[in-house]
Design a protein around this ligand. Structure first.
Ligand code: ATP
Ligand code: MG
Length: 266
């Protein structure tokens, strides 16, 4: 029986879909049979992050109505062996599905895959409930900013009330310069505020959007998001990988960059 993990957040746009796609690609390349489920019915875009938008034929509303079985609704990744995707319906509401059929759906995917990762919509609406009721574990993706942390806290409380014991935090788009200038909150304070274990810290990285547009994994390089995603996938697979340390650029390099831009504008 595989493990079902919900990826959730309080605020929108924290990077859940990006995270889910990247972690799925890495888990599958580490040899784990992985399926990613888009739980964001109506506003689905995990298919795009995986480069599968033109390959999807059926979605899980076809399974719920009984017209398709699990094999029909699975879309295989073009780039990663071991990686599959199940699309969300664009119109159907997940709260209208028959509860027994929803249970059968999650039981069936869990019995076929090592990892089942559900990309939830922000907040605690229908799509969140659809996945949260059946999740074994949760990952909260938050920015290192007060509004994002505050809303994450409410989602954590909801998941705890459902009896989910393993709830871990991913801080995304962390930027050492913004921490230094107090635009972002430092990592230790974020962990203290939410009081859940940290699973990973992902830096702000321009390569994330570039890779997402191509539906490929971000190339791992030192202190980059690609390495952070790979580290997180390894941790999910039970490996003990130290947290990435972010070095703030030295004052010298900040000054030399400022001088360069001043010279340019002169
Ligand atoms: N580490 C990162 N560095 C730079 N950009 C990032 C990073 N993570 C995500 N992004 C960008 O942030 C934006 C939002 O990401 P994404 O769509 O994954 O968020 P989401 O939490 O799924 O949003 P929603 O709540 O609407 O479902 C995207 O443009 C994505 O490329
Ligand atoms: Mg999303």
């Amino acid at each position: 029986m595989g493990k079902m993990i919900i990826v959730a957040s309080g605020k929108g746009g924290t990077g859940k879909t990006t995270f889910t796609s990247q972690i799925g690609m890495w888990l599958s390349s580490l040899g784990y049979l992985t399926v990613l489920v888009d739980a964001d019915a109506g506003f689905r875009n995990l298919d795009i992050a995986l480069g599968l938008e033109s390959s999807v034929v059926y979605d899980y509303s076809d399974f719920m109505s009984g017209t398709s079985d699990l094999d029909d609704i699975l879309t295989k990744s073009h780039n990663s062996e071991n990686l599959y995707f199940i699309a969300a319906p664009q119109s159907a509401k997940t709260s209208d599905f028959d509860t027994e059929r929803v249970k059968l759906f999650w039981d069936s995917v869990k019995s076929r895959f090592d990892f089942v990762i559900a990309d939830a919509p922000a907040g605690m609406g229908d799509g969140f409930m659809f996945a949260a009721e059946f999740a074994d574990e949760a990952i909260i993706v938050s920015l290192a900013e007060t509004p994002s942390l505050r809303d994450a806290d409410r989602v954590i409380e909801n998941l705890e009330n459902k009896g989910i014991e393993t709830i871990r935090l991913v801080l995304n788009r962390v930027n050492p310069e913004q921490i230094a200038s107090r635009v972002q909150i430092n990592v230790d304070d974020c962990i203290d505020v939410l009081s859940i274990p940290i699973l990973g810290i992902v830096p702000e990285d321009i390569k994330v959007a570039e890779s997402a547009a191509k539906g490929i994994s971000v190339t791992p390089d030192i202190q980059g998001a690609g390495q952070a995603f790979l580290n997180i996938a390894r941790r999910l697979a039970g490996k003990s990988i130290p947290m990435m340390e972010f070095r703030r650029p030295s004052r010298k390099s900040i000054w030399s960059r400022m001088r360069k831009s001043l010279n340019k504008s002169q």
